[in-house]
Design a binder for this molecule. Structure first.
Ligand SMILES: *Cc1c(COP(=O)(O)O)cnc(C)c1O
Length: 496
């Protein structure tokens, strides 16, 4: 199976090369040329396997230039009870007969990015070996808060790599900030940028496509690579938890093998839900994928109207990891649903870059709406959903997960579709402890790390260890730069 770019170039490469390079040379994203098939038999055979084996099988389906043994090893090294604090890795929590929360926050940074970033550095370093790359990889990442820390943890002291993380100054929570700025490791750097997430991500993309930068970086013995969800190596491990949760529901008799279920996903950059789309396309019985937006509802608007328009107000919300107006991974979906028409995708993307908007033809919109539903959740409803879920089910959810729960409820009311549904729970409530306390009607008496203790004492729920120990960590990185200084910051980092 070969990979190709979403922007239509003729290039066809192996998955290792796609992972090693991140972004395609024509500026597009890599996708499989033809999608593999996960047969019902193969799916049934996975039902009783532990998470790491399910993940290895799914990786193998997409990365067939990797050996099965090799993928088994990476998967076992990533998905075990030293890295994850739950033996199921990604357990399901039941509230009501047909509603489940898939908890993807039992890893080292307490958010779903760990699901991919615990294994992605292994896939990347293996890919570099396979492609004969001798230069060191410099991982450049823009983060809305959670990717940064998960990537820093994943790449910390990995030989042959350096990692530099840019985050929007004032755009992440105190807890997220300290998680990143206290990062250990000799190959890491964390820098704040005066701008929002989109500015930061645009800055990183500009560095990737700047030819002068590429040669200056090359002179220093490095090349640029990405840990963002534009990298296929980030996306493909995420397909595994859609499959694993489906298997779990079959195993526990909630559904019968082959029965369709829905997933509702709190969406920002469209990476998580896109993995669900690929799971569906290879044969996982999924009915609808429900895309949940917060107040920055550019995706909801797109799925409703076919018009993608980033010329709109940008809001800072209490679900900051979804505060995104340019959802990079949507490009992959557009490619798949426009009959792999790379020049069409190119024209959308240049319209987006030049005018800030594009619209897709009716046939493409119909294809999107066939698979995706969407709903939007206000700040007020996010708070109310956290409070209601706590009072009704004794279950504490974070702000992002609350957006998805509300969206699922609205979808059910609007459509009458009462299929078994899985809400993707993307962060521990303790990661956003201040907002969660407020939602519970407990205006926080503390700031920063004190919030974690306060939420523990108010609810009696225990915070994940990496978060409760965070208060003892010291800040190592405090640099704040202008958007225009990002290139220079990269070159400085690579001098040392
Ligand atoms: C990253 C993130 C999201 C959004 O996921 P995308 O793949 O960017 O759509 C949602 N919730 C949390 C907690 C996140 O960290």
């Amino acid at each position: 199976m070969k990979y190709q770019s979403t922007r239509g170039s003729e290039e066809r490469i192996e998955s290792a090369e796609a992972i090693a390079s991140g972004l395609a040379r024509d500026g597009g994203l890599y996708v499989p040329e033809t999608l593999p098939v996960l047969s019902q038999d193969k799916l049934n055979a996975l039902v009783d396997k532990p998470y790491s084996q399910k993940a290895a099988e799914i990786l193998r389906v997409f990365l067939n230039d990797f050996g099965a043994d090799e993928l088994d090893r990476y998967s076992q090294a990533a998905y075990n009870d030293r890295i994850f604090d739950n033996s199921n890795v990604a357990p399901l929590y039941k509230t009501g007969d047909s509603t489940f929360f898939l908890e993807l926050w039992h890893g080292p940074t307490a958010a779903f990015k760990d699901m991919a970033l615990s294994i992605m550095p292994r896939l990347l370093t293996a890919s570099l070996k396979k492609t004969g790359e001798e230069r060191e990889a410099c991982i450049l990442t823009a983060t809305s808060g959670d990717t940064g820390k998960a990537a820093l943890e994943g790449f910390c002291d990995v030989p042959g790599t350096r990692i530099m993380v840019f985050y929007p100054h004032g755009g992440v929570s105190d807890i997220q900030k300290l998680q990143m700025t206290s990062q250990r490791g000799d190959n890491v750097n964390v820098t704040a940028v005066k701008g929002n997430f989109d500015d930061t991500q645009t800055g990183v993309k500009a560095i990737f496509t700047d030819k002068t930068m590429a040669s200056e970086i090359e002179e220093r013995g490095f090349f640029l690579s990405s840990a963002n969800s534009i990298n296929w190596g980030r996306l493909v491990p995420q397909v595994a938890y859609y499959v694993s949760s489906y298997c779990e529901l079959v195993k526990t008799g909630v559904i019968s093998a082959g029965e369709k279920i829905n997933f509702c996903v709190p969406t920002g950059n469209f990476g998580n839900i896109l993995a669900g789309y690929y799971a569906r396309q290879i044969g996982l019985p999924i009915g609808k994928l429900i895309c949940a937006s917060n107040r920055n509802d550019v995706l909801t608007q797109f799925i409703n109207t076919g018009v993608y328009d980033r010329n709109r107000a940008f809001y800072k919300t209490i679900s900051p990891s979804m505060d995104i107006l340019v959802s990079s991974n949507l490009e992959r979906l557009l490619f798949e649903l426009s009959n792999k028409d790379g020049s069409m995708v190119s024209s959308y993307m240049s319209a987006l870059a030049e005018k800030g908007h594009y619209d897709v033809p009716g046939a493409v919109l119909a294809a999107i709406r066939d698979v995706f539903a969407c709903a939007y959740c206000s700040e007020e409803d996010t708070q109310k959903t956290i409070a209601d879920t706590w009072r009704t089910y004794d279950y504490l959810i974070d702000t992002h997960t609350a957006v998805a729960f509300k969206a699922l409820n609205d979808y059910r009311v609007a459509t009458g579709d009462d299929s078994v549904s899985v809400i993707i729970s993307t962060a521990s409530p303790f990661k956003f402890a201040g907002s969660v306390l407020e939602a519970l009607g407990q205006p926080a008496g503390h700031s920063g790390m004190g919030l974690i203790d306060e939420l523990q004492s108010y609810t009696g729920v225990k915070a994940p260890l990496p978060l409760s120990e965070l208060g003892e960590q010291k800040e190592r990185f405090d640099t704040v730069i202008e958007i225009g200084e990002m290139k220079e910051a990269v070159l400085n980092f690579l001098c040392k």
